[in-house]
Design a protein around this ligand. Structure first.
Ligand SMILES: O=C(O)CCC(=O)C(=O)O
Length: 420
């Protein structure tokens, strides 16, 4: 396929260098052999042609791998097809980069990071770094030493109107027991008073040193470090509602949706439970892992971003791990029920949602779920700069009261201490 010349795309920029892919170069023969063994002959033919400079073949290989990724439930997809998808993304991105199409190159690389396997991850990461740096340099020279840093448009601008926002909270909210709140809690105090007894706690004054605290409430910063990146978002009331769906959009588009939403009643777009920091290393540098997450001597399982406008809801559910939910920007309402009440909380019976409750706390059907009425819970407003410890299996419902950006840290304890 003929490709536009670099000069036609971005005047004055040099694209004579190329994206290095040492891992791909090394792993290709073995990976193609394994794909052949799985019957992927057409893919192997296209990928081989792609490596000799055929753009159409690269795109065809990517489509073939994409079809394989969508051929059944995610867990049943053979891992080799995820690596095949990454391989094809790298081939396609090389063409876009050589052609000066930086946004396209980034989009394809992000798709590889989000949907692909781990084998070629290093190449994807270093290619993203190179393309992002080039895009940034170009922007700076276009804008004349860059306007970045001069604009302070805030992510959370709205004054918090308590009366207005509290109207949307579930019945009985903030009328009973609050989650305990501690300031600058020592690690030892956390272990003794909360971790070992399995009790939730809000920890204040523990995030002031995070670079994210100074940087993330700034639209311009977020646009600069992540604007051209592709991210998966959820659209709809919440993941249990039938009209819920997932989309892949750029971070800039996502920020625009948040800004334009204001007080609208349209369904929210939520970047929920996404390992954003594995994908965007600059944002990862803004976050510090709380020492509390090393309690129990286990390992950090995942670090996820939860980013959306006011009104996003994560319905009542539980998770198997210890969790610190760190509130970086904005406020959230959180309600917690102890693990011991699981039976009374009407969990779904089918395995896919068995950690979620059938009860919609925003619209409780008392006749269908009579046991809920008298159940005791603790709740809180999680304020900016606070962290909430959620013990394993505790049920939680979360509603953002303003535009909100939180980070969750899930960790598990050492195998032996679980057994004891
Ligand atoms: O912040 C949210 O919307 C939900 C957070 C959550 O469910 C979690 O951290 O496990």
């Amino acid at each position: 396929m003929s490709v536009t010349t670099p000069a036609a795309t971005i005047a004055g920029a040099d694209f004579s260098d190329h994206l290095d892919t040492p891992k791909l170069d090394f792993e290709s023969p073995r990976l193609l052999q394994t794909i052949s063994e799985q019957g992927g002959y057409a893919y192997v033919r296209m990928a081989s042609q792609a490596s000799t400079g055929d753009f159409r073949a690269a795109e065809a290989a990517r489509e073939m791998a994409w079809e394989q990724l969508h051929s059944g439930p995610w867990h049943s997809v053979l891992p080799v097809w995820r690596d095949a998808y990454s391989m094809a993304c790298l081939h396609v991105a090389k063409f876009h980069y050589g052609n000066g199409e930086l946004k396209e190159a980034l989009r394809v690389l992000d798709m590889g990071l989000i949907m692909g396997g781990m084998l070629l991850r290093e190449d994807l990461d270093s290619a993203v770094e190179k393309v992002s740096a080039k895009a940034r340099n170009l922007r700076v020279s276009e804008e004349g030493c860059g306007n970045f840093g001069k604009c302070n448009r805030r992510l959370v601008q709205e004054d918090f109107n308590k009366a207005e926002v509290f109207r949307f909270l579930p019945v009985k909210s903030l009328a009973g027991k609050n989650v305990a709140k501690r300031s600058a809690l020592s690690l030892e105090g956390f272990m003794r008073e909360y971790y070992l007894s399995g009790a939730p706690v809000i920890i204040g004054d523990c995030m002031t040193h995070w670079p994210a605290k100074a940087k993330w409430n700034n639209m311009e910063y977020l646009t600069r470090v992540a604007g051209d990146r592709t991210v998966p978002v959820e659209v709809g009331k919440n993941y249990l509602s039938p009209e819920w769906k997932q989309e892949l959009i750029t971070f800039s588009e996502f920020l625009q949706r948040i800004e334009s939403r204001g007080c609208s009643s349209a369904v929210p777009t939520y970047l929920a439970q996404h390992p954003l920091f594995d994908q965007i290393s600059e944002l990862r540098k803004d976050v510090c892992i709380p020492d509390y997450c090393f309690s129990g001597g286990g390992e950090l399982r995942s670090l996820n971003a939860w980013f959306g406008p006011a009104g996003t809801v994560t319905p009542l559910h539980h998770d198997p791990h210890h969790n610190i939910l760190a509130q970086v920007v904005g406020k959230k309402y959180v309600r917690l029920y102890p693990a011991s009440l699981s039976e009374e909380l009407y969990p779904y019976t089918e395995s896919m949602h068995s950690n979620s409750s059938q009860v919609d706390l925003d619209d409780i059907d008392e006749r269908k779920f009579p046991k809920l009425h008298d159940l005791e819970f603790v709740d809180c407003i999680l304020e900016e700069g606070e962290m909430l410890y959620i013990p394993p299996k505790w049920w939680h419902y979360v509603r953002s009261l303003t535009t909100s950006l939180s980070v969750s840290f899930w960790w598990s304890e050492q195998e032996s201490s679980t057994a004891s």
